[in-house]
Design a protein around this ligand. Structure first.
Ligand code: TRP
Length: 336
């Protein structure tokens, strides 16, 4: 039997996922975790949220909402090791060890830090580091620790995170060079389709554009959002091009092939935009209903979410424990 692959990914605990995240990331991650010969780790990157946000209630609430969301969307905690980063102290210990290996120059080149300093430059600030905390600067090291702590082989991430995985490889190789072959340099797995779902205004669906379709809205609210989707001004009866239509793109992401063909026919026959939106709403509503029902059930039972995460952290600790021991020994931090 081939070696079991370890796949690991983290979820930043800000904002509940929208439809774009659901079809582009959440459902594919859950599906991928069910593959044979794979041990999957999925965690709430709650300590990462300290970089940007100093609102403790918001942090607490976001963690809960996101955990509930993933569980509602079908994550099976028996098949995936699902945990909170903050429940695994070994990660933070490893982060310090790695920060003593990562060169400052490497971190100077990290996108998030560079974009913060170039904002300052653009504002003609004397100090280009003004307002930048060490959390932002060190963020790639913490992320490397998240990954290396579990000797993950593969890390599914969005394109924007690719550089962090390259840095993780760099840091792992440096560790191994000094201390022996212990850490696993991971590979990024980048899904090219992720993020292409358009939002209601046609730009990529994204929280920052305020054009998202929520997953757990009640029917009426969902209908309202769908009715706001922007279209061109073709009249009923005029044939319409599905390849250039937000309604169609969203429909395509959630429907079986037969239904997609049916809607395409309606487009050729000149369906009215109001009617096309109605078709999309009906389909989307029944696609989302099981997730919504489950979510409404889960959010009433906070102790279920807590218990699930504690059980997950026990499994995670049973993996990270022996690895941190190995690391300590290798670096010469051990009993006399
Ligand atoms: N930085 C990732 C993001 O913003 C989240 C994350 C934190 C992560 N630690 C990780 C992803 C480790 C993969 C592996 O999306």
């Amino acid at each position: 039997m081939s070696k079991e692959h370890r796949v690991l990914t983290g979820i930043t605990t800000t904002g509940v996922p929208h439809l774009g995240n659901l079809v582009g990331a959440v459902l594919p991650a859950i599906k991928a975790s069910e593959q044979k010969n794979t041990l999957s780790f999925l965690f709430l990157a709650d300590y990462h949220s300290l970089i940007k946000n100093s609102d403790s209630n918001l942090r607490h609430q976001s963690s809960f909402d996101i955990a509930a969301c993933w569980l509602a969307c079908g994550l099976d905690p028996k098949k995936i090791i699902f945990y909170r980063q903050s429940d695994i102290p070994h990660i933070f210990e490893l982060a310090w060890i790695l920060s003593c290996l990562a060169s400052k120059g490497l971190l100077n080149r990290a996108h998030a830090y560079k974009s913060a300093t170039s904002d300052n430059e653009a504002k003609k600030m004397q100090d280009i580091d003004k307002g930048i905390n060490m959390g932002l600067f060190n963020y790639p090291v913490l992320m490397a620790a998240d990954i290396l702590m579990f000797k993950a082989d593969y890390v599914p991430v969005g394109q924007d995170q690719k550089q962090h995985i390259e840095m993780t490889r760099d840091i792992a190789l440096k560790f191994n060079h000094y201390y022996g072959d212990i850490l696993t340099p991971p590979e990024a797995v980048i899904d090219k389709d992720t993020g292409i779902l358009p939002g209601i205004d046609g730009r990529k669906m994204s929280k920052s554009y305020e054009n998202t379709i929520p997953i757990f809205s009640e029917e009426d609210a969902l209908r309202k959002v769908i009715m706001k989707i922007q279209t061109n001004s073709l009249e009923p009866g005029e044939p319409k091009d599905p390849s250039d239509c937000n309604i169609f793109s969203i429909y395509k992401a959630i429907s079986p092939n037969q239904k997609i063909n049916d809607l395409q026919k309606l487009y050729e026959e000149g369906v009215a935009w109001g009617q096309a939106k109605k078709v999309l709403f009906e389909e989307l509503n029944s696609f989302l209903k099981p997730f919504r029902d489950e979510y409404n059930k889960i959010i009433k039972d906070r102790s279920f979410v807590e218990k699930t995460l504690i059980e997950g952290s026990e499994k995670a600790l049973s993996v990270s424990g022996p690895i941190i021991k190995e690391v300590r020994k290798a670096i010469g931090i051990k009993g006399f």
